[in-house]
Write a protein that binds this ligand. Sequence first.
Ligand SMILES: [Mg+2]
Length: 420
Amino acid sequence: MKNTLQRTILHMDMDAFFASVEQAANPGLRDRAIAIVGAGKRTVVTTASYEARALGIKTGMSRFEATKICPQLTFVIANNRKYTDTSVRIMKILEEFSPLVEPCSVDEAFLDITGTEKCLGSPEQIGRNIKTRIKEGTGLTASIGIGPNKLISKLASDIEKPDGLVIVKEEDVEALLKDLPVNELCGIGKKTTSALSALGIHTCADLGTYPIGQLRAHFGITGEQLSLMGRGIDTRRVMTTGEQEPVKSLGHSTTLPKDVSNMEDLARIILQLSEAVGARARRYNLNGKTITITIRFSDFRTITRRKTISTPTQDSHAISKVALALMDAERLSQPVRLLGVSISSLSNSDPDLAQHGQGDLFQDKESRIKTDKRLAAMDRVNRRYGSATITWGTLFKEYDDSGVISPAWRPSGPRKIDVK
Ligand SMILES: [Mg+2]
């Protein structure tokens, strides 16, 4: 089947991004096996350099596992600021090549380069030029895939990693997908893979030729989507950040350095998470009406509890009050491994109105303005000097800014950080 409108989509994916940024910044780390980790005790490897990958180091390994496999491995604590700054620079470079740039994570983006041949050269030339500009501008290598749609270009960028450039033409899609295992397609995870496997579907060709009716019977409306994916068809547009759906929720979660059952300690962490959520909400001028907490117990059982309040808020105290009440209402039968706080049902706050304090109807106007001023000042300092520079007194004891940036981070706009 042929797309009605032929498009040329480019997918850019930085190579071992966090590790490469560190190696570019510090010559002592170059050509060495390094792993980027968070500051916490129970952190895992978020990115390994290619040298470390060659020795068997993988994303998701604990420090302990990684050291066992590779005793000479150098651990580098993640520096989110460095990665986000570099990401912003890379996205700016991409915008020189097309107005249609969709950053899809901290180190990946789609570009629609349809029709740019006349002024920028062939797709291959554009791919080369982008790689050169990124290398010159940041010292880093990117892998690029070019294809008739997002699905295929994303697949292509992975084929020659690192420093790759792969172009897949429409007429080559069928051959590319023929023997490709379905789980190689972006969007088909472990669960779907095993469900497909139960139907005898292993390769993309199996998927693309399977009767749609039966896929629909098994997977509902996604059945159709799966069938299209199996045939390499993807009609999703490249959407710039401005076009994308507004964010639906803002949240922070943390895996605790060790399982915790002491309520006082848990309450302090809830307060800390609420402050992080509130700061982000204020930064993007958003108010949340629904407050949700996530609790994961030591046996990995996970519960979420939510409450909708009458007046949307961005006040950390108002958020924490609800979050704490939700936690208090739970009988915690086991130590807690992870806690998360998020707000949803978001609305834009009117910058002319002081709304921070509206979570508390009994707070008079004067003290509300005071709260606003205090929050704004705190946010200003924290934005400038790091997230925990000024925080609520009760947080001082063990505030540990060990979070590694979510790979889903994008250069603009608020993001939901999912509970992993
Ligand atoms: Mg990457």
